[in-house]
Design a protein around this ligand. Structure first.
Ligand code: BEZ
Length: 219
C-alpha cells in the first residue's frame, strides 16, 4: 500500500488520490485500474452487515448500466480482502447476483483516511457510506456521505452520472429532480442569439430572463 499520509479534505475538482491496495482481484493500483473510465468509488461500514449487503447487491445488479455509461465500480471497507471474498458469496446468494467488481481491503485504513471515509463522531472506526464519482481525468465530480443506518439510492447515483456526462457534452445545466430525457436549463451567461441558435437547435422557452429551458440536446 503506497500513499501520501495526508489528512483527507477532498473537494469537487480535486484529483482523486492514487493508491495501491489489496482487493478482491489482488493488488489494485487505483489510477492504473481507472484508466480513462469514469468511476464510482464507494465505502461501506462493514462486511456481513445487512444494509451493506443490499447496497453491494444493488451495485452488482446495476453493473451493466454503469458499464453502458463507461463507469467502473469500486467498493471499500476496513475489512480484509479475504473477508470481502467470503462475504461476496452471501451477497450473490441473498441478492440474486454475481458480484463482479473489486472491493478494496483496507484493514490499515490508509485508503479510508486518504479519502476521508471515516467520520469518528458518527461511527467510531469504520468507514461511513461515502460515494465519489470520478471522471476520466481522475477529477472528483461528486461526493456524498450517508450514515451507516441509511442505505444509498443507486437511482440517484445513476442520475448524477447522466447529468454530469450530459453537461460535460452540452452547454446545459439540469434542474431540480431532473432525469434523463427531461428538459434542461440554459446557463444565463449564454445570451448571444447566434450561439443560442447553434447550441439549442430544438429551441427554448424563456420563463424569466435567467430561467430558460430547452429540450435535452442529445435526445
Ligand atoms: C449495515 O450495513 O447494516 C450496518 C453496518 C454498520 C452499522 C450499521 C448498519
Amino acid at each position: 500500500m503506497t500513499t501520501a499520509a495526508e489528512p483527507a479534505n477532498l473537494r469537487l475538482g480535486d484529483t482523486a488520490p492514487d493508491f495501491t491496495a489489496d482487493s478482491t482481484i489482488g493488488k489494485l493500483e487505483f489510477h492504473k485500474w481507472l484508466g480513462d473510465s469514469w468511476a464510482v468509488f464507494f465505502s461501506h461500514p462493514k462486511d456481513f452487515t445487512p444494509v451493506c449487503t443490499t447496497e453491494l447487491g444493488e451495485a452488482s445488479k446495476r453493473l451493466p448500466e454503469f458499464k453502458k455509461r463507461g463507469v467502473k465500480v469500486l467498493a471499500l471497507s476496513v475489512d480484509s480482502a479475504d473477508s470481502h471474498k467470503k462475504w461476496t458469496a452471501d451477497i450473490d446468494e441473498t441478492q440474486n447476483t454475481k458480484l463482479d467488481f473489486p472491493i478494496v481491503g483496507d484493514e490499515s485504513k490508509q485508503v479510508a483516511n486518504l479519502y476521508g471515509m471515516i467520520h469518528p463522531k458518527a461511527l467510531d472506526s469504520f468507514t461511513v457510506r461515502t460515494v465519489f464519482i470520478i471522471d476520466p481525468k481522475k477529477k472528483i465530480r461528486l461526493t456524498m456521505t450517508y450514515p451507516a443506518s441509511t442505505g444509498r439510492n443507486f437511482n440517484e447515483i445513476m442520475r448524477v452520472i447522466d447529468a454530469l456526462q450530459l453537461t460535460d457534452a452540452h452547454k446545459v445545466a439540469t434542474p431540480v429532480n431532473w432525469k434523463d430525457g427531461d428538459d434542461c436549463i440554459i446557463p444565463p451567461a449564454i445570451q448571444d442569439p447566434e450561439e443560442l441558435k447553434k447550441n439549442y437547435p430544438k429551441g427554448f422557452k424563456t420563463i424569466k430572463p435567467y430561467l430558460r429551458v430547452t429540450p435535452q440536446p442529445n435526445k
